[in-house]
Design a protein around this ligand. Structure first.
Ligand SMILES: C[S@@+](CC[C@H](N)C(=O)[O-])C[C@H]1O[C@@H](n2cnc3c(N)ncnc32)[C@H](O)[C@@H]1O
Length: 298
């Protein structure tokens, strides 16, 4: 005999459990988790009155339990919506943030109808959300994505396949703290047909920028689930900017632009580093909360 359970009753019970554990958005989380547990293609709402099998009900309660113990919904689902697409994530990738969509928003406005072929470099690509969203928007473009973490490059590859963007993508394991990092990128461009020159028209980067001493103070969902390598920016949060800016000139085309996400409180320090390495600050873009979030430089 197959037991079935009513979705409305499960939702009410799930919301109650999340509420009593002080989970911030119980209604939304319960709806998403029940839909995912039951492989329902749309979000299940109260009015839907769907029959849920015992197996899916058990899955739902298992997900609720993980959520109650602090696991973010995106980590339970193994994916996160970013800009226009859904990106797979794993424990080695940062959970993509809406703040980073600012880069796509600004660049698509200027480049969407570009007739020249554009070469894009994504430094510290993680799940690939920034670079892949860009080449999805800018049709005439190729992308080189690099990251120090092999397992996040595997997820990037899966996301590129899922979005049918693999033909426009090359990727490599690169560590910008190594002396030869920019040379190694040039070697890739020289040997891959996707690239016709060894400099890039657009460089995007969301490096780790949390001050080491602030890591402990982060929300549990961030501290316990985002990998340290994607968060820790060293004593002043700027270690990666210094390492990258030192050799970045080698990789920017003459009329190219670079977009770097920054910590909202880092702008003054970053300005000093930009001066040291002869970069011009063209503009500072704000995130959805009004914080200084992305610098545009050349
Ligand atoms: C803040 S996360 C950004 C990930 C992704 N671009 C996003 O916005 O969701 C920083 C990324 O830089 C990578 N990373 C950290 N240190 C690096 C290094 N020394 N060289 C190359 N990549 C590095 C991390 O593995 C991580 O994927």
């Amino acid at each position: 005999m197959v037991d079935f359970f009513n979705s409305k009753e499960l939702l009410i019970d799930g919301i109650g459990k999340l509420k009593s554990s002080k989970i911030p958005s119980p209604e939304i989380d319960a709806r998403i988790l029940l839909s995912y547990a039951s492989n329902f293609h749309n979000t299940i709402y109260m009015h839907n009155n769907i029959s849920i099998s015992k197996k899916d009900k058990n899955k739902f309660y298992c997900f609720l339990d993980q959520r109650i113990h602090g696991k973010p919904v995106s980590r339970i689902l193994g994916s996160r919506n970013f800009w226009k697409n859904n990106f797979l994530i794993n424990k080695y990738t940062l959970d993509p943030r809406p703040d980073s969509e600012v880069i796509i928003d600004v660049l698509t406005k200027t480049c969407r109808n570009n007739s020249n072929h554009l070469q894009v470099l994504d430094l510290g690509s993680g799940s690939g959300c920034i670079g892949l969203s860009l080449i999805d928007e800018i049709k005439n473009a190729s992308l080189l994505s690099v990251d120090v973490c092999k397992q996040s490059l595997e997820i990037l590859d899966k996301n590129a396949k899922k979005l049918d963007l693999s033909k426009k993508l090359q990727f490599a394991k690169i560590n910008w703290f190594e002396n030869t990092w920019s040379q190694n990128i040039k070697i890739i461009t020289q040997n891959d047909k996707l690239f016709s020159k060894n400099k890039f028209d657009i460089i995007v980067c969301n490096p780790p920028y949390i001050k080491s001493s602030d890591i402990e103070k982060l929300q549990a969902e961030v501290k316990n689930y985002d990998p340290l390598v994607s968060l820790d920016g060293g004593i002043d949060g700027c270690d990666s900017y210094r390492a990258i800016f030192k050799d970045l000139r080698e990789l920017v085309a003459e009329d190219g632009v670079c977009f770097f996400e920054i910590g909202y409180d880092l702008l003054d320090n970053i300005k000093i580093i930009l001066k040291e390495f002869n970069f011009n600050l063209i503009r500072v873009h704000k995130d959805y909360y009004g914080h200084n979030r992305v610098i545009e430089i050349n």
